[in-house]
Every structure is written in structure tokens, then in C-alpha cells.
Design a protein around this ligand. Structure first.
Ligand SMILES: Cc1cc2nc3c(=O)[nH]c(=O)nc-3n(C[C@H](O)[C@H](O)[C@H](O)COP(=O)(O)OP(=O)(O)OC[C@H]3O[C@@H](n4cnc5c(N)ncnc54)[C@H](O)[C@@H]3O)c2cc1C
Ligand code: FES
Length: 221
């Protein structure tokens, strides 16, 4: 069940260019891999959506890329600080798959450590724009790593149950090769629970709120 809680930051560790923020779990349920949490961005009005990256005992961990004011504010938290966390939200990955293959690009690998743990370490193909970014692959067991200009889709083979998260062009390319893939999409989100309609996207010709219908969808958004 989703809850709101003020959680203490345990650690903020650099993983390549990304920040792995660990907070005390409190009474928050980690949920299903691919679900997300709204994290307070200190000093900003709106929280920001983040996938759960790891769920070690007593903690929740988020991997984030500082790309704008909100993510920069979250990336600046220090051990001992407290931040407001709300979740778990949305629909995560379906785990009843026979031959899982995780396919991720860049910060899209964020939900994979927790997903991999829940699926007993399936193979993964992860793509990054540099060797520095690729340091995040160390968080995902059994990962084959490619760095641009090689793309993850060049390694995809048919007959796998693909679970993917990454930039939109990567998800669209994965969908062409694996039409039944579960894809974790992104859209800017203000509330995270269906109230603001800020995350509306077209799914199969119908407008849907991604925070309610997704973020994981089995159709192309
Ligand atoms: C369900 C979900 C899970 C996410 N999980 C993670 C995660 O685990 N780690 C992580 O680092 N990031 C994650 N994100 C993305 C993260 O929420 C955004 O990068 C963040 O909200 C940007 O806020 P900002 O203020 O730093 O930058 P802004 O100034 O708001 O945005 C910077 C640029 O990115 C664009 N942008 C902002 N948010 C999004 C978005 N959600 N989708 C596409 N473009 C966007 C803006 O248009 C702008 O061009 C997730 C997003 C969603 C929807
Ligand atoms: S983020 Fe408000 S409706 Fe989806």
C-alpha cells in the first residue's frame, strides 16, 4: 500500500556520473520492480518520480541522474538529511515470465538491480553513452554491456521475454524487435497518482495517464 513518509538519508554514493541515494525504509513498502516513488526535491515545489533501484533490508535506494533543478536538488542530499517519499506508485513489471531478458539504456537501468533480484539474476543487455556511465552496470548481475555507437538492439535475439527501460527511441526500437516486450515509459509527472493529468500519453490511440496505466506498458506508448 502506498504511503507518505519523511525518511532519513543513509548514504549518497557516486556510481559513475549517477548518484545512488539510500534512505531508511521506515514504513514504506518497496512495491513491485518498475513501480516508482515521488521524491521530494528539496527547495522545489514539486516532487520528482524515481524508480526503486534496490531494496536492501531496512532501506530503499534510488539511482538518479542529475539533469535539471529537481534531480540536482535530490542529488545534493547528505547522510542525516530527511526527504519526503511517497509510494509505491503505478504498475511495475509483470514477473511471471519464462525467459526474462532485461534491456536497459543509460539511467533506464535504475529499476534493474531490484528487478534482477526478484527474477533471480536473469541476463541483461545494458547500453551507455560512455565507459563512465557504464559503471552503473556493476549494480546489475549477468549484464552484457555495450557503449555507443553500439546499441542494445544489436544484441537482441528473438524468443526472450524482454523487460526494458530506457530512452524513448530505445524503447521504440526494442518494441519493433520484441512486440510483446514490457516497456517502462517516462513522462513528466507532478502528482504521481492520477490527479493532475500532467503525464497523459497516447497509448494505442487513447490518451492515458502514464502514472496510473504505467509506467510499465505492454503496448507502445
Ligand atoms: C516513472 C518514472 C521513473 C523515473 N525513474 C527515474 C530514476 O530512477 N532515476 C532518474 O534519474 N530519473 C528517473 N526518472 C526521470 C526523472 O523523474 C526526471 O529526470 C526528473 O523529473 C527531471 O526533473 P528535473 O527538475 O531535474 O529536470 P527538468 O528541468 O524537469 O527536466 C530536464 C529535461 O528533461 C525533460 N524531462 C523531465 N522529466 C522527464 C521525464 N519524466 N520524461 C522525459 N523527459 C523529462 C524536461 O522536459 C527537460 O528537457 C523517472 C521518471 C518517471 C516518469
Ligand atoms: S502525474 Fe498527475 S496524473 Fe499522472
Amino acid at each position: 500500500m502506498r504511503r507518505r513518509s519523511q525518511l532519513r538519508v543513509v548514504a549518497n554514493e557516486a556510481v559513475g556520473p549517477y548518484s545512488l541515494i539510500r534512505v531508511e525504509r521506515g514504513d514504506i513498502d518497496p512495491g513491485v520492480p518498475g513501480q516508482f516513488f515521488m521524491l521530494e526535491a528539496p527547495g522545489r515545489v514539486l516532487p520528482r518520480p524515481m524508480s526503486l533501484c534496490q531494496a536492501p533490508a531496512g532501506e530503499l535506494a534510488f539511482l538518479l541522474e542529475a539533469i535539471g533543478p529537481g534531480t540536482r536538488a535530490i542529488a545534493a542530499v547528505e547522510p542525516g538529511d530527511e526527504i519526503h517519499v511517497f509510494g509505491p506508485l503505478g504498475n511495475g513489471f509483470r514477473l511471471d515470465v519464462e525467459k526474462p531478458l532485461l534491456v536497459g539504456g543509460g539511467i533506464g537501468v535504475a529499476p534493474f538491480p531490484y528487478l534482477s533480484e526478484q527474477l533471480n539474476g536473469p541476463p541483461a543487455i545494458l547500453g551507455f553513452r560512455s565507459d563512465w556511465h557504464a559503471e552503473a552496470a556493476a549494480l546489475v548481475p549477468n549484464a552484457e554491456v555495450v557503449v555507443e555507437p553500439t546499441l542494445v538492439t544489436e544484441l537482441l535475439i528473438e524468443g526472450q521475454d524482454v523487460l526494458a527501460c530506457g530512452p524513448e527511441p530505445m524503447l521504440e526500437a526494442v518494441h519493433k524487435i520484441a512486440p510483446k516486450a514490457q516497456l517502462a515509459w517516462e513522462a513528466p509527472m507532478a502528482c504521481g497518482y492520477g490527479a493532475c493529468y500532467g503525464c497523459s500519453v497516447e497509448v494505442d490511440g487513447v490518451l492515458q495517464r502514464l502514472c496510473v496505466a504505467g509506467p510499465v506498458l505492454e503496448e507502445a506508448a
